[in-house]
Design a protein around this ligand. Structure first.
Ligand code: R5P
Length: 313
């Protein structure tokens, strides 16, 4: 019988890894990490790996994690992994998908190709894809699976704020608003947004009546928090009874949470794609299902395979 698949993880994602391994039926194995005094990293993986391996690494604060992925993925191959999946519930560097001014690095394409060189498959949640249609265009792996946290958050909102008015803070959020509204019949609306800089956004409310309503702002990610904070302030000024916030990815950089509170936001709910005190729903069952459904086809050269067939799990 084939050895059970292994889920590699790093110590700072221990809890999320155990939830996922348990739900997916993978054997969890922690990657040991040593930091040398000069900042370099040394990793140690289990000394033998099964053919199927997944690596959990959510990519908030991504810069050092990309080096970890490089070292871990290459080592996993050396130790026996034939099919390697990256599970990155939050996928970084997806926003810079074109050169907005000449000379800018198109980070999405560069990081996407970097990951595709290391991994056969990629599983992520609500990646920030605006000007490309599919995740595979951004990260050309053999199997790219996009999941969404919106239905989970919609279920939570329906439970905590039945009859809420669901508002998306910008045009990109319309997809999640539509999904959530269809699922629970929420009234909904989508704002328009113009971003002037990292911390400066202008927002215009949608033409829906907000007076006296319990409003929930739903978005894929809050980073500086300025987008949802500005929308919340406008909604409250327009007479909303309350404004809560639900996001898939709780980046909440710098003073984001304080800015949200100062804007009058009540509850803040997020998925556990990024571990954060606001986590209210878990994506582990969703990702586990995706791992179970994965076809795991790896077209290795015929000369390296005993059977001459693609590797299938
Ligand atoms: C933009 O399209 C995204 O969906 C978010 O609205 C945006 O990234 C949030 O950024 P911030 O929290 O920094 O305003």
């Amino acid at each position: 019988m084939d050895a059970p698949a292994t889920l590699l993880y790093f110590d700072d994602e221990h809890d999320a890894a155990l939830r996922l391994a348990d739900a997916a039926g993978f054997t969890p194995a922690q990657v040991e990490r040593h930091r040398f005094p000069d900042g370099e990293l040394k990793l140690r993986l289990p000394d033998a790996l099964p053919e199927r391996v997944a690596l959990l690494r959510t990519l908030d604060h991504p810069n050092e994690k990309l080096v970890e992925l490089l070292l871990a993925a290459r080592t996993a191959r050396d130790l026996g992994a034939r099919h390697l999946t990256l599970v990155a519930p939050y996928l970084a560097y997806m926003r810079q998908d074109i050169a907005f001014t000449p000379g800018e690095a198109v980070s999405q394409r560069i990081v996407g190709r970097f990951l595709a060189d290391l991994f056969d498959a990629l599983v992520t949640v609500d990646p920030h894809l605006h000007r490309v249609a599919t995740l595979q265009e951004a990260a050309p792996v053999q199997e790219a699976i996009v999941l969404s946290g919106a239905p989970l958050l919609a279920d939570l909102i329906a439970e905590r704020r039945p009859g809420a008015l669901l508002v998306g803070p910008d045009a990109e959020s319309a997809q999640w608003i539509a999904q959530a509204a269809a699922r629970h019949g929420f009234d909904d609306g989508v704002c328009t947004k113009v971003r002037h800089g990292d911390h400066a956004v202008d927002i215009e409310l949608p033409p829906v009546a907000v007076a006296g309503r319990a409003v929930v702002l739903l978005d894929d990610v809050a980073s500086t928090g300025r987008t949802v904070a500005r929308a919340a302030a406008l909604l409250l000024a327009a007479g909303a009874a309350s404004v809560d916030v639900a996001v898939t990815h709780a980046l909440f950089a710098g003073d984001a949470l304080q800015v949200l509170r100062e804007a009058g936001v009540g509850e803040i709910w997020s998925t556990d794609c990024i571990a954060h005190p606001t986590n209210a729903v878990s994506v582990a069952p969703l990702i586990a299902q995706a791992l179970r459904d994965m076809t795991c086809i790896k077209e290795t050269p015929v000369s390296t395979r005993a059977s001459g067939r693609p590797l299938l799990y």
